[in-house]
Design a protein around this ligand. Structure first.
Ligand SMILES: Nc1nc2c(ncn2[C@@H]2O[C@H](COP(=O)(O)OP(=O)(O)OP(=O)(O)O)[C@@H](O)[C@H]2O)c(=O)[nH]1
Ligand SMILES: [Mg+2]
Length: 158
């Protein structure tokens, strides 16, 4: 588990339009993850097709691209120990109707497509996805003084 793991997260158009951006962001913030990049934008069709290229050819691909380009969204890069897996746990199952209460999708949605949030599923996906929206220079390296309170393992004392 690396302290420098990064993941790509989107607050999807349904969440932005429903005024849930702050509520979703606050769940990510209170978990302790560090924001290193954030943008509010309307996704172009070509960026959507690039982002979702692994789903090209699936029956829902056209509808997914239409949904994700239909209204503004928030794209982010977050950093923290095990953040890829941890954020997917906060998100819940893909289909909101199956997602556990307490998760973002379980608490705020009922749809499989309009499922409020995206989080990368592997370090390789994270790297590929963040590069669609952020240059390396746009990601802000910074230290927080509270890091020792969030770290999963205490610093050994000799
Ligand atoms: N209409 C429709 N949309 C789907 C379906 N399955 C997935 N999607 C949408 O496509 C996105 C990508 O699918 P997956 O990568 O399998 O799901 P995921 O990893 O839980 O979600 P992401 O974090 O958004 O990638 C989902 O988040 C949904 O928005 C489906 O069966 N029908
Ligand atoms: Mg996925």
């Amino acid at each position: 588990m690396s302290n420098f793991e990064r993941t790509f997260v989107m607050i999807k158009p349904d969440a932005v339009e429903r005024g849930l951006t702050g509520k979703i962001l606050s769940r990510i913030e209170r978990k302790g993850f560090k924001m290193v990049g954030m943008k509010f934008l309307l996704m172009t069709k070509s960026k959507a097709e690039e982002l979702y290229s692994p789903h090209k050819g699936k029956p829902f691909f056209v509808s997914l691209v239409e949904f994700i380009t239909s209204a503004p969204l928030v794209v982010m890069v977050l950093e923290g120990p095990d953040c890829i897996r941890q954020i997917r746990k906060l998100m819940g199952a893909t289909n909101c109707a199956e997602a556990e209460p307490g998760t973002i999708r379980g608490d705020f949605g009922v749809s499989i497509q309009n499922n409020l949030i995206h989080g990368s599923d592997s370090p390789e996906s994270a790297k590929r996805e963040m590069a669609v929206f952020f240059t390396e220079q746009e990601l802000v390296n910074h230290q927080r003084s509270l890091e020792k309170w969030i770290s999963p393992a205490p610093t050994p004392v000799h």
